[in-house]
Design a protein around this ligand. Structure first.
Ligand SMILES: NC(=O)C1=CN([C@@H]2O[C@H](COP(=O)(O)OP(=O)(O)OC[C@H]3O[C@@H](n4cnc5c(N)ncnc54)[C@H](O)[C@@H]3O)[C@@H](O)[C@H]2O)C=CC1
Ligand SMILES: O=C(O)[C@@H]1CCC=N1
Length: 274
């Protein structure tokens, strides 16, 4: 990798997932610098991954050619404004993982509208190298930096470039938040299995392996989701009874409404924190 050290601003859940992916891929831990105000999180990052940890962003970015903004959107403006003097001197490649916040906002808050900013939206399976990340590069990002950002996020799993930044909120709604939808389904299947009389451990083991097996079938075969569903659904059988219940309850419309709400919330985060 080029661009020298990588500084993460914020060492919370998502940064941990990305750092875990980078280190697992063989990226030098000594070249990863993390700013995190919570001492216990700093200690855990140092102990688990061997990365350099700092209390403040100003210390972490010193000497780093790539800055990964990994705080909550609500504090990002303040974080950027604190680093603006260093940003104007260093002109780093800025990579943001914050939901909603635009590349224009980030460059403006860092005091240089011409800064190269790659807005990304990863997800937590990054911790296992099984993440999905959407990326958008502003016009100041050159081919080398674009490639570097892609390499950085590839350590977390698959990457998809998005040409129109307005669509990044839809990426957030589908894949950024998406693992939570699958976890919710798993929770509901386990609870329902127990209500139908299964012991808790059996309900859990059966539901979790079903999610894993179905995900592998979706990704490892050329058959699409609808056809895979049809192949489980015997005419007049048990699956048909369940699917008809889902459809009658408005399952598809509910999923569409939930994803729409997440997309709208992403855009609102941008406006509310400007
Ligand atoms: N959790 C997820 O599944 C995903 C989160 N994201 C985005 O990642 C970002 C972080 O989210 P999480 O990791 O879930 O939150 P988190 O709360 O676990 O991590 C944020 C970290 O930033 C630290 N922090 C606060 N102020 C700081 C400052 N001034 N300097 C340095 N660090 C500071 C906090 O102590 C905290 O540990 C958000 O912008 C979110 O939109 C993106 C994709 C998925
Ligand atoms: O819930 C959130 O706002 C963040 C962004 C995507 C996943 N978690």
């Amino acid at each position: 990798m080029n661009n020298g050290d990588i500084a993460f601003i914020g060492g919370g859940n998502m940064a941990r997932s990305l750092i875990g992916g980078l280190v697992a891929q063989g990226h030098a831990a000594s070249a990863i610098r993390v700013a995190e105000p919570v001492p216990a999180l700093r200690d855990a990052l140092r102990a688990d991954f061997g990365v350099a940890v700092f209390e403040s962003g100003a210390e972490a970015v010193a000497g780093a050619g790539t800055w990964v903004l990994a705080t909550k959107p609500q504090v990002l403006r303040e974080v950027c404004e604190t680093l603006a003097t260093q940003a104007r001197m260093v002109r780093p490649l800025v990579v943001s993982i914050a939901a909603g916040i635009t590349t224009t906002q980030i460059a403006r808050w860092l005091g240089d509208a011409g800064l190269p900013v790659v807005r990304t939206m990863p997800n937590t399976p990054a911790l296992l190298g099984a993440g999905a990340t959407g990326l958008y590069a502003n016009a100041a990002v050159d081919a080398t930096s674009r490639h570097f950002a892609e390499t950085l996020l590839s350590a977390a799993g698959t990457t998809v470039w998005i040409d129109d930044e307005a669509r990044m909120d839809a990426v957030t709604a589908v894949s950024g938040s998406g693992p939570a939808y699958v976890f919710l389904l798993a929770e509901a299947m386990i609870a329902a299995g127990m209500e139908e009389g299964l012991p808790a451990e059996a309900a859990r083991a059966l539901a979790l392996q079903t999610v894993l097996g179905a995900a592998r079938m979706l990704t490892e075969s050329d058959v699409d989701a609808a056809e895979l569903r049809r192949r489980v659904t015997s005419r007049g059988g048990t699956t048909q009874a369940a699917i008809e219940t889902f459809e009658a309850g408005g399952f598809r419309a509910l999923v569409a409404s939930a994803i729409h709400a997440a997309r709208v919330r992403g855009a609102a985060l941008s406006a509310a924190n400007d």
